[in-house]
Design a protein around this ligand. Structure first.
Ligand code: SF4
Length: 251
């Protein structure tokens, strides 16, 4: 477990600044169905885009997911998981299909969709909405782990579902990707921190709902606080940031 040296006051101050600078993320059409059941095909597109949103820029992942989805006919949009599950594993994971689908630049990220589709068909009748209907936030998180969505992606999905009013209550964690981990490590300690440590730190910073820190941290990591040359001058965390204090400030 990483050891993080920081004070509660600073944590809360940083959390306050992050929440103040939080902007709404674009989760697609599902956001138009706040508090109501969304159409099956919209739930499918949302889940597909979330599942491929790792190890690449989020915007690229969502563009690839949307592009794949747009090329499907209406029946396959509605029966997306059955369409994938009905393909043999060999065909789904073939290079030809990987090149045709263009869902991800990594073969394993493409390949894993087959087993996830099998699980959604076996346990949720091929209907993505059933993963998040009639369950607490924790239930939904467990269901996502169970179908094979993975630790960090599952956290992101429940947070997104909450943002979109598909899950009404409960706290969720940050998706501790490289950007989130980098910003937290620079602000507080300067040492690299693991995803598990970042999740635990975000819980301490904003116990009411750590998910609220996810998008501002990610946004900072994607823009100003990049891995090579952070642009500290003008960053709203500059006054609190250990890295900025210890390095010459760069604009
Ligand atoms: S002040 Fe600099 S190092 Fe700190 S979070 Fe902002 S950009 Fe990153």
């Amino acid at each position: 477990m990483d050891s993080i040296v920081c004070h509660d006051d600073k944590m809360h101050q940083v959390a306050k600044l992050l929440v103040e600078n939080r902007s709404n993320e674009d989760w697609g059409e599902i956001a138009n169905y706040r508090g109501a059941e969304c159409p099956r095909e919209i739930a499918n597109e949302f889940l597909l885009c979330c599942l491929i949103d790792y190890r690449s820029k989020a915007k690229d992942a969502w563009n690839r997911g949307r592009h794949y989805f747009e090329r499907l006919d209406a029946e396959h949009k509605s029966e997306l998981w059955k369409k994938i599950a009905d393909t043999s594993r060999e065909d789904w994971t073939s290079k030809e299909n990987f090149d045709r689908c263009k869902l991800h630049w990594m073969r394993p990220a493409h390949n894993r969709l087959w087993q996830i589709a099998i699980n959604i068909c076996a346990f949720f009748e091929g209907d993505a909405r059933k993963i998040w209907q009639d369950g607490s936030l924790f239930d939904v998180l467990c269901r996502l782990y169970y179908i094979g969505a993975g630790d960090q992606i599952s956290r992101m999905i429940v947070g997104a579902l909450k943002d979109c009013g598909q899950i009404s209550s409960g706290r969720s964690d940050v998706k501790a990707d490289v950007h989130v981990c980098r910003v937290l490590s620079r602000v507080f300690d300067g040492k690299e921190i693991s995803p598990a440590a970042a999740v635990s730190m975000a819980r301490k910073m904003y116990p009411a709902d750590p998910w609220y820190l996810d998008s501002p941290l990610w946004e900072l990591g994607q823009t100003r606080c990049n891995s090579e040359s952070p642009k500290c001058v003008g960053c709203y965390l500059q006054s609190q940031c250990k890295y900025a204090q210890e390095h010459s400030l760069r604009g």
